[in-house]
Design a binder for this molecule. Structure first.
Ligand SMILES: Cc1cc2nc3c(=O)[nH]c(=O)nc-3n(C[C@H](O)[C@H](O)[C@H](O)COP(=O)(O)O)c2cc1C
Length: 328
């Protein structure tokens, strides 16, 4: 498939793997890129810029295809060493960066001077327009269904994507709730030029996470996610478990007086325990409603080939046939 996204990023299929904390390591990013999509390493999972540089080098040794790095701007009193991470990305010769979490304006001149294409991920049309105005190359539009941070507007992709298409000039991928060929064709019909997947890529053979995590996603239905940290306006969609239910009870009890410190034990430092240790009840970890559509753990290549075949079949048979029948 050829779209403005495949042309911009130099990839075969219009499928991007979104940055994911403690999941987006070189193994997964390289597998996605080798299968013709765009794999993305998550910068902040690497504790230091030096470790990120090593992870970029590792990914390069595993694929000769383009891959990217995700740079998430967190609401934080003591921010991570962003200048160091940006330097590691530039010196590592990475040509695509996914920014998320906040306005990337401060970092654009350095990234652009290095010939890096920037995809900014955001959850509203107004933030997308702002990112377009400051000069990002493409957008990843994350609907309310998404795993991770859906923002505070709660607009699902059936509305958000066509609204984005009405307003934007630069290309965008649809993110949130994407799982298969149906998702890709629907996303393109709604105005996107490809799709970004998070949760679906965790349940693959190459995702370097504990098997318990993959099993939990396969077992989950579309009813099993919860929204946590709403009262802090830092909403995160997570898979429910005992830790999450404790957190929600605390949020209810404390109401508007709640602070981050009240819930830190259920959210801080949870990712390595879940993703590496397989402690499924440890606390809150991001997961999309799309878990309800995930029934297996294929290799990344099997998944991407299946998506592309399914998309072709829907377009050539189902949609073409519907038109032919209408003409008859
Ligand atoms: C476990 C997990 C961790 C994530 N971590 C990040 C992150 O660190 N930075 C980021 O920009 N997005 C992060 N995301 C969001 C994904 O990149 C992507 O936007 C989202 O998963 C899309 O929704 P989906 O899960 O329905 O496919 C994460 C998602 C998951 C499921």
């Amino acid at each position: 498939m050829k779209t403005r996204i495949t042309e911009l990023l130099g990839i075969k299929h219009p499928i991007v793997q979104g940055g994911m904390h403690y999941v987006g390591f070189a193994e997964l990013a390289a597998a996605v890129s080798n299968a013709g999509g765009l794999g993305i390493i998550t910068a902040l999972t690497q504790r230091t810029p030096e470790l990120l540089a090593a992870e970029i080098g590792k990914c390069r040794s595993m694929t000769d295809k383009p891959f990217g790095v995700n740079l998430t701007f967190l609401p934080s009193v003591t921010p991570p060493d962003y200048p160091g991470y940006v330097k590691a990305i530039i010196e590592g010769g990475v040509k695509i960066v996914e920014t998320a979490g906040n306005n990337p304006q401060k970092w654009l001149p350095a990234l652009k001077d290095a010939g890096i294409k920037v995809i900014h991920k955001c959850t509203s049309v107004r933030h997308a327009l702002k990112a377009e105005a400051i000069g990002v190359d493409a957008l990843s539009i994350d609907g309310f269904e998404c795993g991770g941070h859906p923002g505070e507007d709660d607009v699902p992709n059936f509305i958000l994507l066509p609204r984005a298409a009405e307003e934007l000039k630069i290309p965008f991928v649809a993110s949130g709730g994407m799982a298969d060929g149906r998702s890709l064709v629907a996303a393109m019909a709604l105005g996107a030029e490809g799709m970004n997947m998070g949760t679906r890529f965790i349940a693959t053979k190459e995702a370097p996470v504990h098997d318990n995590v993959k099993a939990a996603i396969v077992a989950a239905s579309e009813l099993d996610t919860r929204l946590v940290m709403r009262p802090l306006r830092n909403t995160e969609r997570v898979l429910t478990n005992a830790g999450v239910e404790r957190l929600l009870a605390k949020e209810k009890e404390l109401g508007s007086t709640i602070t981050f410190n009240d819930i830190a034990s259920e959210v801080a430092g949870i990712y390595p325990r879940v993703m590496k240790g397989g402690e499924m009840e440890a606390g809150a970890w991001s997961c999309g409603m799309v878990a309800g559509l995930i029934k297996d753990v294929p290799t990344v290549k099997e998944l991407i080939d299946r998506i592309m075949n399914e998309a072709r079949t829907i377009i050539r048979e189902k949609l073409e046939n519907a038109l032919a029948d209408a003409a008859a």
